[in-house]
Design a protein around this ligand. Structure first.
Ligand code: ADE
Length: 248
């Protein structure tokens, strides 16, 4: 998968060199290219922002550098290749595990993290005519820029790529994973030693009985979801619950 990030703070994306994403790059699973938006400015001060039409506080990112940057990045791809453009913004659609799965199936993503009050709207319209443009929010809070959301989204997408996680099955049990865990939070986990500060581990986990362990895990997931995210249980399809689920 190819990932491009266009930003005025390329150094903000340095964590993409470490840990899981860094290893995926080193192994050639991910081709990550970080670009400095100011490389596509032509004035002495490398200006990327200006005052908003209609007045109001803050500054708006100018369309020209974004247009040149996106044209150049898109032209660097194969002949007819069109990336999915991901625009982080608190006004976007929520970033969910479902969207992470969808994006992980794409061959090429371009992220356009903005600073200030956002990017001139015409840029979104212009590329929306040529590419699939997704405005995405990572949560109901406002950050100073889209770079941290890009780190969040890239990590969520990268760990789903084949060959990135040691155990390919491990993300099937994740909270929110499509399938059995859709709309459920993952329950508690334990490792050795069997006793720590007088605290043991649930007996069933030592039973070796896979059916009972799976049942216990689902019960714990339901319990935790009811406690922490009752909204998820309420919106779930009742047909997805079995009789034992309802007895919890
Ligand atoms: N930029 C600023 N806040 C954001 C958020 N919550 N999600 C995505 N991009 C953002």
């Amino acid at each position: 998968m190819r990932l491009d990030v266009i930003t005025i703070f390329p150094e903000y994306l340095e964590p993409l060199n470490v840990s899981l994403v860094g290893k995926a790059r080193a192994r050639g699973v991910l081709d990550v290219r970080v670009h400095d938006l100011r490389d596509w400015t032509h004035d002495k001060h490398h200006t990327v922002d200006d005052t908003p039409y209609g007045g109001g506080p803050g500054m708006v990112m100018k369309p020209e550098p974004w247009g040149e940057a996106l044209d150049s990045v898109i032209a660097s791809g194969a002949d007819d290749a069109r990336p999915v453009i991901v625009v982080p913004t608190p006004s976007g659609k929520p970033f969910t595990q479902r969207l992470a799965v969808e994006l992980s199936a794409q061959p090429w993503l371009v992220f356009t993290p903005a600073r200030y009050e956002g990017i001139d709207r015409r840029v979104i319209e212009e590329y929306g005519d040529r590419c699939d443009v997704r405005e995405v929010s990572i949560g109901d809070y406002v950050l100073a820029g889209g770079e941290a959301p890009v780190l969040v989204m890239v990590e969520a997408v990268a760990r789903l790529l084949p060959g990135v996680l040691g155990n390919a099955a491990s993300h099937q049990d994740d909270s929110f994973a499509p399938g059995v865990m859709a709309d459920l939070l993952e329950g508690p986990v334990y490792t050795k030693p069997p006793e720590w500060r007088g605290r043991g581990i649930p007996e069933v986990l030592l039973s070796g009985h896979h059916g009972k362990i799976a049942r216990w895990r689902r019960d714990e997931a339901l319990r935790r979801t009811a406690a922490n995210r009752p909204d998820l249980i309420e919106r779930a399809d009742p047909a997805a619950f079995d009789k034992k689920d309802r007895d919890i």
